[in-house]
Each structure stands twice: as structure tokens, then as C-alpha cells.
Design a protein around this ligand. Sequence first.
Ligand SMILES: Nc1ncnc2c1ncn2[C@@H]1O[C@H](COP(=O)(O)OP(=O)(O)OP(=O)(O)O)[C@@H](O)[C@H]1O
Length: 787
Amino acid sequence: MVKKAPAPLISAGRATVAPPPRVLPVLQDDSLTDLDDLESSTNKTNKQSRLTVALRIRPLSKQEKDKGLTKIAQAVDSQMVVLHEPEPDRNDPLRQKRQQEKQFMFDMAFDEFIDQDEVYNKTTKDILDFVLGGYHATIFAYGPTGAGKTHTMVGYNSNPGIMVRALNDLFQRMHEAAEEDQFDVTMSYLEVYNENIRDLLRPGTGHLDLREDARTNEIKVAGLLEVKITNTDMVMNMLQKGNKNRTVEATAANATSSRSHALLQVNVHRRSKLKDVKGKVKAGRLFMIDLAGSERASQTKNRGQRLNEGAHINRSLLALANCINALAKGDAKYVNFRDSKLTRLLKDALSGNCKTVMIAHIAPSAVQREESFNTLVYADRAKNISNKLKKNVVDVKYHVTQYQEIINDLKGEIQRLKTKIDDDGDELVGKKGSKSNPLGGPQRKLSPEEEARRKAEQEALARLKALQDDLVQTFKKQMDLKLELLIVILLANPARHELLDVENSMLALAMEYERQELVVKEYEADLALRGRKPKNLLAKLDKLRENCGQNSPAPDDLMDEPDTDEDDDPEDVAQAMDELTFIIREQTRYDDMKADIEKQLDECRHKAKVLEEELPQQINTQEQREVYMLLLRVHELEIERTELQRDALLREHQLRRRDLLLVRHEMQRNLCDQIITRQRQLISDNGGAVPEDLEKLYEVYVQELQLPNREREQRLSGELNLFRYDGSGPATRVTSSKSRGSSDGKLPSLQNQQNTLFIKRQALMTANRRPNSNMSIKSFLRMDVNP
Ligand SMILES: Nc1ncnc2c1ncn2[C@@H]1O[C@H](COP(=O)(O)OP(=O)(O)OP(=O)(O)O)[C@@H](O)[C@H]1O
């Protein structure tokens, strides 16, 4: 029996991991708020996450090259894979008629030149944030035997695969976050061999059973060893141990063929070291799976035991393929996960609460064409599978209690010490004064020095008390001000009385401003085209804003300046100006309120600092010092709590704002579409011929609309680089890199191009409105526009 090369040992930062907290059952928290970037790939309305599918093609092996095999599979770009037909058989007319190549699109495509690091970075690196944020994630390698699955997932000492890289990275990140959070990490490693589950970390335990948790529907392996890991060295040891125990044999198709499916599971419990009032623990889970490869007996030339293994492997992979088929059709109800242990283990990854990445593998040579084609088809189908994502938050009851206890203890301690100080003060007075002379004897007259000392002590005590009260007041005021500031930031429109909608309203104001500004710009452009005197309305608005900023006494007057032009402004323009004036004043008002509160807060902070410096000098006894320290601590804790609440609200607010921005981009996009479509219609109505280069540019535009986002950006910027409009003639296709873009060597921004289109459309419409005027397409194109 051949064993796989041991897992590599690469050292990385160590992270110390705290002992596991006592946990209550797993809660499902639907919020996805701390995963901004990853969330963009999930549908926010139903929190569905589509399975991410990557396709990797391995290089031809030396033996394949020696045999003169040619490559028929190729990644033509970062997403598209093409599978060519082998040389057509002249004697087979059916084959000759077959389409010469098949194209497949995936989320990512990696050709032979893409190294392990890049594959890891693109498929898995970001998933770690997901896991550390309390989500479940699975990365699994799929494909026929010898296609490179183990190479990708496990790798070699010198060139480790995803499992090692992910665990190293995980510990690195935990190390970086160790100041704020505590982590509790466990791992288990198992294989499914001949439909039996074996513990790779404790192979002596025999076959293990699968159980389904009736409450959570989670599949569990009974008796599987779960090792608590605290650093990367430990992880590497465990991985090496597990890989040594994995069943690997030489076949004709692969000298180190995995005869089993290997599943590495890492559980990460994360909780805040800060006094987290919510007391939640995020329970993330990462599955990394190296499947055995499907095989054809003719290719592997297996006999006996190997043949039996192959049959088991094929059967479980067939069950997996059936599940993929059913899930891709959206028939989640009728998916039969029970057909094999593999599919039962993968149930969550394929249809549950899990962010899943499938890395499909194919070999490039013509000999494996059938297997490659099948893999591509299944990988393609898998793209249609979606999972429902939920953050897994574990409630740790004692965490909250503990936090409350800290405050209660501190308060109790303060009370005890205060009482002690009072008693000491009384005792002091009793010893020295008449009121509580314990002996009841005649009072001794105090010497002038004693009298002066007593007076000084009393004064010091009174000062200390006053300072304490002052400090408490300042802390309170500071907290009030912080809250007030929060309210001001959030409260953009007092009329609506919706605290959390402030920034949204501000944004809405800004959007409305842009919209109204467009009306004014359009009007100014129209005036310019008609040869009328410009009104400089925008400059007036700028001035108004400037004056508002300087608190000029009567900004209203600016807008009431008599108009020198004989015509009044059209109604819509006048309305737009009114709106714009109103918006500017509103924005200025909110800016002022915000600045005012911030100033008060600064003053308060300063005062607190002075007091904090002053107070210790007045403290004479240890007890007083302790009271002071405890008081500070209590207030610090309370401020901390307020700040946490504020951060949470701000964060929520930022998310809303981002949503609004998306809506706004979409609106802009629609506007552009309308402009382009109507402009084309106008050209066609006027019987004008669209120049070829402009037509091509339009084709690019239409194609670009149909492309997925990332490719859209690349393609559009590439294509736009080829076109240039210099204002002096028809747009030209530019070939030399030097002459690309505008005169300053830069490509005009998309926004500028849209503005250009917009202004030209206006010009054409205005010109054609005039009697006896019909602007030609040529002059339209030649028009000198400076958007
Ligand atoms: N991207 C790659 N670059 C270089 N060599 C590769 C690559 N992928 C695979 N190989 C090599 O191809 C051979 C087969 O790869 P591997 O064992 O990973 O295949 P597999 O899909 O896991 O096969 P099986 O299902 O039989 O276990 C190995 O010698 C491996 O080193």
C-alpha cells in the first residue's frame, strides 16, 4: 500500500486559544452584517448563497507528454473553459459533424499555469472570514481519478495545498485578533473508504456510524475524535498523521490514487474578550474535502480489491451526481442524500446552511475527454445550487452574567470602601472631637496645630468628595453627549422623527440635489446652444453654499437677485432651483448641529482629563485610591457599552447607505440606457446613418450589459481603450497605446462619456426643433463638447 506524502509543516504565527466556554444550544442568527464583502455574493433578500464553482485543469504529466498526447482542455480566460474535440475521425461521419468545441463558464477557471497559492487565494482565503464570523463553509475537490484533487487539497511539503494554507491562515488571523477575541478550535479528520467511515486521527477505532441530530438535523459521526488545537504546529502534526493513515494505492491512472474520500473538519468558536453584553459566541465550521476520483476500469486496469474500491467510489460519486442534478433543478425536496455516506456527509454543504466552493478538476489530454466532459457538465449544473446562509451564534449564558457580576462587584466594593472612609472620618472626628468620645470623659482642648491639621483633613475630604461628584457628572455628561452626537448623526430629518434614517436622508438629499442639478445643467446647456446669455445658476448655488458655510446673514437674497435676461426661467428650472436652495440649507443646518455637538464633546473630554489628572493628587489613603480606581472602571465600562451600541447602530446605518448607493447606481444605469436608446431612435428617425465605429461601440455596450459584473468591467475598459472621440471627427479606433485615451493620456471616464452623450443628445434635439434645421449625424459627431 502506498501512502500519500505527509502533509507539510510550514510555520506561521501562533495563536493562543482560550479554554472552551460553557455553551448553550446553537441559535440561528439571520444577520450577515459583519461580512460586507462576502455578502455581496449573497442575495440579501433571501440570504441565499449560490455554490461557487471553480474549475482547475492540471498540466500534462511527463508520461502523457512522452506518449505524445495533446491537450484538448483549455482555460481561455479567468472563467471560460473550452473542451475541444479530438482530431475528427475521417471514417466516422457522425463525429465529423459534431461541434468542434464545447464552452463552459465557471466562477473561476484555472489553467495549468495557475499555482497553488493563487488557487487558494481565489477559492478559500475569503471563506475564512466567513468561518471566523460564525458561518459554515465547505471547500471540496471533485473530478475523475488523476485529475489533481489531492494536489489541490493536500499538496506536498514543498508546495502545500488548500488544507494546510487555510489552517495556517486561520491561525494567523486568530493571532491577529487575539487581543479582542478568544478562540476555541477543534479539528477532526475522517475518510469514507468502501462506504465505511474511519477516523484518520484514531484509525484503531474501527468503523464509525453516522447519526442525524433530530433537533438540528445536523449529521454527526458518532465516536469521531475531535482534537482541540492551539497552534499551527499541532495542526500540521494532526494533518500529517491523518494523511499517513489515509488509504492510497497505485493504479494505472494515478501512482498515488486516493481510494477514499477524506473530510477535514475545523470548528472555530469565537467570543469577544470585551465585556460583550450580548454574550454570544460565533460558531464557525470549515469542511475541506478531498474526494476520491471516479474511474473507468479500462483506464485504471484495477482488479480484485482495487476494482471493489473503484465500484464503491463510483457508486458514491454517482449518488453525489444525482444529488447535484436534483438540487440544480431546484428539487430540494426530492434529493436523495441517503444513497451514500458521502452524500449524507455533504448534505449541509449542498443544501443547508453553508457557503460552499466546489473545485472541479479535469486532466487536459484527449484520452480523458469523456471524464472531463462529464465533470464539466456536473460542475456546470452545480452552479445552480444555492444554500441558505445563517450565522451560527452560540449563547454563552455565563458571559453576560459574568459581566453583570463584574459591575455589581465593583459597585459593592465601592460602597464598602465608601462606608469605611466615612467610618474612618467619624472615628477621626470622634477621637478628636466631643461628639463621640468613647470614654465620655472631659474633652481635651486641641492645640492650634491639631486644630489646623483636622481642618485641613476635613477640607481635603470635602474636596475629594466634590471632585468625585464632578467626575461622575462629567462622565454622565460625556455619555449624554455621545448619545446626543449619535442622534445628531443619525437624525437628518427631524420632521420625520426617524433616528436611524438620518444618513439615508442625507444621501437622499444628495441624490435629489444631483437630480435637480441635472435639470439646471440641461437648461444651461440649452441656453448655450440657442446662443443665449448663460445664467450661471450653478455658480449661484455654489455661492449660496459658500455663504451658508460662512453663516452669511441673508443667503436668501442671493437667490432673489433680479434676472437680467428678458425671459423668466421655465417652471421646472425654477422649481429645481428652489429645491436646490432648500437642500443646501438643510445640509448646512445638519453640518452645524453635528459640529456643535462634537465641540461640546471635546470640551467635556478635556474637562474629564483634567479632573482625572487632578483627582489622584487629592487622594491620601489607599481606600480612597481604590474607590477612585473602581469609580473610573465602572464609568469606563459604561462608556464602553455606549460606544459598542453606537458602533452597532452606525454599522447598520452604513449598510443601509451602501444599499442606497447601489440603488442610485442602478438608477444612473437606467438613465444611460434610456439616453442611448432614445438617441439611437432619434438618429434612425432622422434617417441618419450611424458610423460604423459608433455602431461597434454600441455593440460593445450591449454585449457588456449581458456579461457578469467582473468580466463586464474588464471587457468594457479594454474595449473603450480602443475607441477615442477627439471632438474633431468621427470616433476613431486607436491602436497605439500612446494615443489611447484623452489628450492627457488618460481614458475619459465613463461618466464623462455619458455626459458627452447626454449633452449631444440635447444639442441634436434642440437643433432639430428649430425650423429648417436638421443637424446631420456628421455634425452631431463633430460637435465639440466639453462635459
Ligand atoms: N496543478 C498541478 N500541477 C502539477 N501537477 C499536478 C497538478 N495537479 C495534479 N498534478 C499531479 O498529477 C498527479 C495526480 O494528481 P492527484 O493525485 O492529485 O489526482 P487525484 O485527482 O487526487 O486522483 P485520485 O482521485 O486518483 O486520488 C499527481 O502526480 C500530481 O502531483
